[in-house]
Design a protein around this ligand. Structure first.
Ligand SMILES: [Zn+2]
Length: 326
């Protein structure tokens, strides 16, 4: 028998309906929330973090978890909320900033209207969590701001139980222009993305101590790694968004990592500048995949004696049309 109850993750934030499903003898409880989707919480984590009597989660943490759950890609399988998942999410995940929320709202409205051919008569209960809004009030004021900027149009607004509800939401022509730019990744977010093997004892410190500072000093761009935005696999779709909105991508091919090749290909498909790098011994001995053999590859060495930083910066500045240093 399914039991209707308040969602242990988003609780009262979005007014979502949630069902508790039987899990027959397993030490997890299975939930289906209209906003967070399909997830299970282990007995240990529920007792220590989610039990209503001891719950210490803040509304911001609930909103961040709800955002991650409802935007994950593999929705058929329930997400298992165990100790590792929770500590990863609580330590590394923050809600998107208001600019990113606004872009996501325009994407959402554009997708919905394109799919149905008509304005969104009543916003879906998932809408605020999908864009990463911290609460309902902040969500509705964001929509009001977008309407004030003539990016969206709102048919009517009603105040109900202290909340504003917007109806018949659509994009304006200006909003559709912005939507197209967003879809094509043409909105500059002022950072570069590095695609690489995770947790390599030589590459990790090399990226932190050499590549990131060199890129910042030589171009003014911050270089972002998936680790900086959360653990891959938990927020797999956030990686795509990070690449789509990046100014450029640096792909390290030292380990023949299929993920790094995929991310580079995704970025090339979007028309982003992609710069390949590879450890010198590996490159001299094995080269990289033949599909990248025509691309410029900047080689690096942990001993730092191969002019890597200078060549990387010169390549990046050429790709980004930044004038040479005077
Ligand atoms: Zn929920």
């Amino acid at each position: 028998m399914n039991l209707n109850r308040s969602c242990p993750v988003c609780d009262q934030l979005w007014g979502a309906s949630c069902r508790e499903l039987p899990t027959y003898g397993r030490d997890t409880t299975h939930y289906e929330c209209d906003v967070c989707g399909n997830f299970q919480i282990t007995g240990t984590v529920f007792a220590s973090k989610f039990h209503p009597k001891i719950c210490s989660l803040t509304d911001i943490q609930r909103a961040a978890m709800s955002h991650i759950l409802c935007t994950r890609e593999s929705k058929d399988e329930p997400c298992i909320i165990d100790t590792t998942w929770l500590s990863d999410v609580l330590s590394s995940s923050t809600l998107p900033d208001p600019i990113t929320q606004a872009s996501s709202a325009i994407r959402y409205i554009g997708d919905e209207v394109s799919g149905t051919g008509s304005a969104i008569s009543k916003p879906n209960v998932q809408f605020p969590a999908l864009i990463g809004a911290p609460n309902y009030h902040s969500f509705t004021s964001l929509l009001t701001d977008l309407a004030d900027q003539n990016l969206i149009k709102i048919g009517s607004s009603v105040r109900l139980h202290g909340y504003t509800m917007h109806y018949d939401v659509d994009l304006t022509l200006q909003g559709w222009e912005k939507y197209q730019e967003l879809q094509l990744g043409r909105i500059s977010s002022g950072y570069g993305f590095i695609a690489m093997q995770f947790s390599d004892p030589i590459l990790d410190p090399f990226v932190e101590e050499v590549v990131k500072p060199a890129v910042m000093n030589g171009t003014g761009y911050e270089l972002v790694h998936m680790r900086d935005v959360g653990r891959a696999g938990i927020i797999d779709n956030i990686m795509r968004a990070q690449i789509r909105d990046a100014e450029f991508v640096i792909a390290d091919l030292t380990h023949d990592n299929s993920g790094a090749y995929w991310e580079a290909g995704y970025a090339e498909g979007l028309g982003k500048p992609v710069i390949y790098i590879c450890e010198k011994d590996k490159f001299d001995k094995d080269k990289t995949h033949f599909d990248t053999s025509h691309c410029t590859t900047v080689v690096w060495s942990a001993s730092r004696n191969c002019g890597f930083e200078e060549e990387l910066i010169a390549t990046l500045r050429r790709s980004l049309n930044i004038p040479p240093h005077t």
